[in-house]
Design a protein around this ligand. Structure first.
Ligand code: PEP
Ligand code: MG
Length: 606
């Protein structure tokens, strides 16, 4: 039982707004995500290990510079006074990570002192911080601040050297609301949803990979709630409304009562939706639609089963590579895929091979893409390009998927395809792996699984006819397709207006793909976040999409929307949207259609 007194403070109620990313109400004590303690080995290294140790160090320095450069780019979205405050600090950090006294000192400790990179970073940062504190300057506060900056940069390099996460969620009271300035996808993978009532961050885009992971967790989530962290009192009661995008710190009794009422209403809606589970996903005029689930993390499986999904349309295999220092081998991967395929009990599982890069960082793979030669990871060795550069990664994954195919139907999907040659080359590798496994007589799929591709670059969308000659199926990834079409990062803060999948340019590409796929008789699904927006259902149906894959939480809501539609109206909506000249105009068209449906009392068939 929660009551206002639990907040343990006499503070006034404060409200913050952000972007609603995962609907729902959460009530609980709020805690800021803390950094876990670092453990550093002080073992000496041998002279023959010096160059390897220096290479590790350079990689960690490059990674740290890369993180701070990204942070600097994000400052543009902040008010001017905040920029003026934070910019010099980031510049100072970047300077320290370049050719500075600090990095020279660290290298010398490794080269001449034969210290391991971690020990060298810690010792040099401590020594320089001490030196600053002892300078004969009168400005004590300034000296303390500069010393702390050196220590802070040392901690960042150490985390990048040891691949230890920046966040720890252990030790928080069950039912807490987690607040953080930013969460990485790998941080999100560490969150156990049953332990939390909600998630708040100050940064992050609505279709960034962290938001995707949050939807998978199903916890009420509000992103981009600027200023909330400064007001959080650890342990004080808070309410998060992931539907309205609102956070209330230190709520009054009246606010608490109102939140509880909304929570009960939501639970009633959820029970009503559950009744749709066994009903068909079809429009009022009988057009059948297939609804599948996206899977980010294996714990989603029970929720996917409850959603009535027809299989998994997108298994993002990145989770297997996160928060670990070594790559999972073939047997480990086989076991994980088999568990999922078995749980789906005969429904198909579409496994997408690793999509590393851009906003998805995988520590275990850092050696594969030296960050200092990747000025823009979103435009470099990402997805299938990385895998083809290191075919052993792809071979291992293909082998594991083929072996998992002995337990049920699997399909293999390639991420970030830009050129037909990438698909042809991948198919040759798959064929080689297939023949090798057959020779070894291993338990595996009886037939070659279908090999399909994600369409998420404008080049792929525009070459869809050529790709149709080589692909067994298509899946439209609107998250990246939007980013690359509009040249706007999917991780941009919500409200930046640059990134919007409803822009007519993106819709035209979706329509083009749907038509070409129908002409070539190739199945096509849409598996970006747009699929889970029920308001977009008439538009996407009208553009010709009949198969959707989305996080399990959204399936019944989208099914309810589809069952209220008829195709003639969907086609009219799509035609109007394609002729519109902005995403806002498309939104108005969708809103007018929603109101028309309400006026006509077109109730979904429950
Ligand atoms: C997409 O880009 O729409 C997609 C589904 O892939 P991801 O979000 O994993 O990049
Ligand atoms: Mg993508």
């Amino acid at each position: 039982m929660i009551n206002a007194r639990q907040s343990g403070s006499n503070c006034e109620e404060q409200r913050f707004s952000g972007h609603p990313v995962v609907p729902g109400i959460g009530i609980g004590p709020v805690h800021e995500a803390a950094e876990p303690a670092l453990t550093v080995s002080h073992k000496k290294i041998s002279a023959s290990n010096v160059s390897a140790e220096l290479a590790r160090l350079e990689e960690a320095l490059a990674r740290s510079r890369h993180q701070l450069t990204k942070l600097r780019a994000r400052l543009a979205g902040l008010p001017e006074h905040s920029q003026a405050e934070i910019s010099p600090l980031i510049e100072a950090y970047l300077h320290m990570l370049g050719q500075s006294r600090l990095t020279r000192g660290i290298r010398l400790r490794v080269q001449d002192g034969l210290q391991g990179a971690e020990a060298a970073v810690q010792a040099e940062a401590d020594a320089q911080a001490e030196h600053i504190l002892n300078l004969p300057e009168t400005d004590r506060a300034g000296r303390m601040r500069r010393a702390e900056e050196v220590r802070e940069i040392g901690r960042r390099v150490l985390r990048n050297l040891t691949h230890q996460p920046f966040r720890s969620f252990a030790g928080l009271a069950p039912g807490s609301i987690l607040a953080a300035s930013e969460l990485r996808p790998a941080d999100a993978a560490l969150i156990q949803p049953s332990n939390f009532a909600g998630i708040i961050t100050e940064e992050g885009g609505a279709d960034g990979h962290t938001a995707v992971m949050m939807r998978a967790l199903g916890l009420p989530t509000v992103l981009g709630a600027t200023g909330v962290l400064a007001a959080v009192i650890p342990g004080a009661l808070a309410i998060i409304d992931g539907t309205a995008g609102e956070i209330i710190l230190n709520p009054t009794e009246a606010s608490l009562e109102a939140a509880k009422t909304r929570l009960s209403a939501m639970l009633r809606t959820r029970r009503a939706l559950a009744r749709l589970q066994r009903l068909a996903a079809e429009t009022r005029d009988g057009v059948a639609v297939e609804l599948q689930a996206n899977l980010e993390l294996p714990f989603e499986l029970p929720m996917i089963a409850e959603s009535g999904a027809h299989g998994i349309g997108l298994l993002r295999s990145e989770f297997m590579f996160m928060n670990r220092e070594t790559l999972p081998d073939e047997d480990t991967q086989t076991e994980i895929y088999r568990g999922i395929v078995e749980a789906m009990d005969g429904d198909p599982v579409t496994i997408r091979v690793l999509d590393w890069g851009s906003d998805k960082e995988v520590e275990a793979l850092s050696g594969y893409v030296p960050l200092n030669i990747e000025p823009n990871p979103a435009l470099g060795l990402r997805g299938i390009r990385l895998l083809l550069r290191h075919p052993a990664l792809l071979e291992t994954q293909f082998a594991a998927i083929l072996r998992a195919g002995s337990t049920g139907p699997v399909r293999i999907m390639l991420p970030m395809v830009t050129l037909a040659a990438e698909l042809r080359e991948s198919r040759e590798i798959l064929e080689r792996v297939w023949r090798r496994l057959r020779r070894k007589n291993l338990r595996m799929a009886a037939q070659r699984p279908p090999l399909g591709i994600m369409l998420e670059t404008p080049a792929a969308a525009l070459s869809v006819r050529q790709l149709a000659r080589h692909a067994d199926f298509f899946a439209i990834g609107t998250n990246d397709l939007t980013m690359y079409t509009l040249a706007a990062d999917r991780g941009l803060p919500v409200g930046s207006k640059l990134y919007d999948p409803l822009e007519p340019a993106v819709l035209s590409l979706i329509g083009l793909i749907a038509q070409a796929a129908a002409a070539a008789n190739i199945p096509v699904s849409l598996c970006g976040e747009l699929a889970s927006r029920e308001q977009a259902a008439p538009l996407l149906l009208g553009l010709g999409i009949r198969q959707f894959s989305m996080h399990g939480n959204a399936i019944l809501r989208v099914k309810r929307a589809i069952r209220a539609l008829n195709m003639a109206q969907c086609e009219a909506v799509a035609t109007a949207a394609l002729a519109a000249d902005s995403a806002d105009a498309v939104r108005e068209i969708l809103e007018a259609d929603r109101q028309r449906l309400t006026r006509a009392s077109a109730q979904p068939r429950m």
